[in-house]
Design a binder for this molecule. Structure first.
Ligand SMILES: [Zn+2]
Length: 462
C-alpha cells in the first residue's frame, strides 16, 4: 500500500525547539529575548551529493553517524503515515516527538526487518537454538533472535556501534548475488572481497534507497534553499585563526588608543592586498558553530565604545567594501541615528554595556541592566538583532558570562588573547588590540602572527 506522503518543513521545528549549544532554551524563554543566530544557518544544511536538505532534529542525529552507516539523504523530510521521516541511502530516520529531548527522539527504521519480511520461513532466517547448531566456536549467539554473529561481520558490527545502530542479527550469513551477506534488524551487511583489506570490505546495503523506491518516494534532487548552507563532508574544523582587530579612537596624535585615519587606511589596504576578507561576528560564529564556509583568511574589524571619530572610520570602511563591528553603548558616543545608519549600511552593532563598568565588580541588578537592557535598547535603536557582547576592559568572570548568556546573546569577545578561535571560547573569543603607535610593518607582523607573545601589550590583561 502506498503511504500517504506530504512535505513538512522540519525547519520550523528547528526554530521553535532548537536550543543553541551551550545555552539552555530555558534561559531564552525566561527573558523573552529573541535570538536567531543559527536558526537559519544550522537549521538546515544542503547535501550537494544527492541534492537534499537535512534539518533538525535529524541533522544532529545524522552528524552523529558515520556516512558509511547511514549515507546521504535521498529525500526531503516527509510525513509518512502520520510520522515525520527522512530517507537516507542506508537508513530511514523517524522522528518520535513523544521522546523529544532524549536520545530516542530520532530512531532508525528497522529496515532489515522490512526488507526481509516474508523470508521468515527461509532456512537462513529460521531461529537457531544456541549451542546446538553453533557454526563457529567463536561466534556470538543472540537468543533474542536466535542467530549468530561471527567473522567477518562481527568486528564491523562491534566497531561501528553494535546493537543500537544495527540491531540483532535476524539471519545467518548467506550468499546473495555472489556476495556474502547477513541481515540485521536495521541493516544488511555485505562483504565485498574486491575491497579486501580496505575499510570498504564490509559495506551496508542501500536499504534506505530500496525502501524509498518501494514507498514511491521522489528521490530527485531539489534546488538548494536560500537559508541552507552546504554540508561539508570533511570534519568540522575545531579551531580557526581569526585576527579580530580591536580599534578605539581615530585622529591625531597617534597614541595607544588613537589610530590616525591615514594609518587606518594603510592597514585596510594591507589587509586587502594580503588576501584578508573582513567578515562580521555573525559570519564568524556561523562558521564556528553552524558549519558555514569561512573565507580562507578571515578577519574581523571591531570598534569599541562608539567614539564619534569612528563615524569617519566607517566611511573609509565603506570605500573598501569592508564591514565593521561596532561595540557601543545605547546613549554614549555617536548619536542613535548614527548607530541606526551603520546597521542599515551592513555594519554590525554589538553591545559594550550601558555605562562601561568593570562588570565583575557591579551588583547583580546593575549587571543585568548593563548586559540585557543595553541589548534591548540597541535593538530598538538599530532595528537589528544585537547578537554579540564585548566586555568593557576585557573584564569578565563566570557570573558575567552567565548574565551575557541569559540576556540572549550568541557570543562575546574578550579584549586580547590572540587570534585562535575555538568553540570552547565562545563567550570569550580573543581579539587583537591595534595600537595607534604601530608602524605598518608592525601591524603586518602582528596580524600575520610573527610577533612573539612577549611583544604584545601587557599590563591590562585579566
Ligand atoms: Zn571599552
Amino acid at each position: 500500500m502506498r503511504p500517504c506522503v506530504r512535505f513538512v518543513f522540519v525547519g520550523i521545528f528547528a526554530l521553535t525547539l532548537f536550543a543553541i549549544p551551550g545555552q539552555s532554551a530555558g534561559s531564552l524563554a525566561e527573558t523573552g529575548a529573541t535570538n536567531d543566530c543559527w536558526t537559519t544557518s544550522t537549521g538546515r544544511v544542503y547535501v550537494p551529493e544527492t541534492g537534499h536538505h537535512i534539518a533538525e532534529p535529524f541533522l544532529s542525529a545524522w552528524r552523529a553517524y558515520d556516512l558509511s552507516i547511514v549515507g546521504y539523504p535521498v529525500s526531503e523530510p516527509l510525513e509518512v503515515d502520520g510520522m515525520t521521516v527522512q530517507y537516507f541511502e542506508r537508513a530511514r530516520f523517524e522522528r518520535h516527538p513523544e521522546h523529544a529531548g532524549t536520545e530516542y527522539e530520532v530512531l532508525l527504521t528497522l529496515l532489515g526487518n522490512w526488507i526481509s519480511a516474508g523470508h521468515e520461513g527461509d532456512p537462513e532466517f529460521a531461529p537457531l537454538a544456541g549451542g546446538i547448531d553453533q557454526p563457529d566456536p567463536h561466534a556470538d549467539y543472540y537468543s533474542e533472535t536466535g542467530h549468530y554473529l561471527q567473522t567477518p561481520f562481527r568486528d564491523y558490527w562491534r566497531k561501528n556501534g553494535g546493537l543500537p545502530v544495527f540491531g540483532y542479527p535476524i539471519s545467518e550469513m548467506l550468499i546473495e548475488d555472489g556476495y556474502l551477506v547477513q541481515y540485521f534488524e536495521r541493516a544488511r551487511f555485505e562483504r565485498h572481497p574486491e575491497h579486501a583489506g580496505t575499510p570498504y570490505e564490509i559495506q551496508l546495503g542501500h536499504l534506505g534507497r530500496e525502501l524509498a523506491a518501494a514507498d514511491g518516494i521522489d528521490q530527485q534532487p531539489v534546488p538548494q534553499a536560500e537559508d541552507a548552507v552546504d554540508f561539508r563532508a570533511d570534519p568540522e574544523p575545531r579551531s580557526y585563526r581569526i585576527p579580530v582587530l580591536m580599534y578605539h579612537r581615530f585622529g591625531a596624535p597617534a597614541e595607544r588608543y588613537t589610530v590616525t585615519y591615514w594609518d587606518f587606511e594603510q592597514q585596510l589596504i594591507w589587509l586587502r592586498d594580503n588576501g584578508y576578507t573582513p567578515i562580521t561576528m555573525l559570519e564568524a560564529y556561523n562558521g564556528l558553530f553552524g558549519g558555514a564556509p569561512l573565507p580562507e583568511k578571515p578577519a574581523i574589524l571591531t570598534f569599541d565604545d562608539g567614539w564619534p571619530s569612528q563615524w569617519r572610520a566607517a566611511e573609509i570602511l565603506d570605500q573598501y567594501g569592508f564591514k565593521g563591528v561596532f561595540f557601543v553603548h545605547p546613549d554614549r558616543g555617536m548619536a542613535p541615528e548614527q548607530f541606526h545608519d551603520l546597521a542599515a549600511r551592513g555594519h554590525e552593532i554589538g553591545s559594550h554595556s550601558y555605562t562601561h563598568p568593570a562588570l565583575t565588580t557591579v551588583p547583580d541588578e546593575q549587571l543585568w541592566r548593563e548586559v540585557h537592557d543595553s541589548r534591548d535598547a540597541l535593538a530598538a535603536i538599530t532595528g537589528a538583532n544585537i547578537n554579540f557582547f564585548a566586555y568593557p576592559y576585557g573584564n569578565w568572570d563566570e557570573r558575567v558570562i552567565a548574565a551575557v548568556k541569559a540576556a540572549g546573546y550568541c557570543g562575546a569577545v574578550h579584549a586580547w588573547d590572540g587570534q585562535q578561535w575555538t568553540p570552547e571560547k565562545r563567550w570569550i573569543e580573543p581579539r587583537v588590540e591595534i595600537s595607534g603607535t604601530l608602524t605598518l610593518s608592525e601591524f603586518a607582523a602582528l596580524i600575520d602572527q610573527s610577533y612573539q607573545r612577549s611583544e604584545r601589550p601587557t599590563g591590562f590583561r585579566h
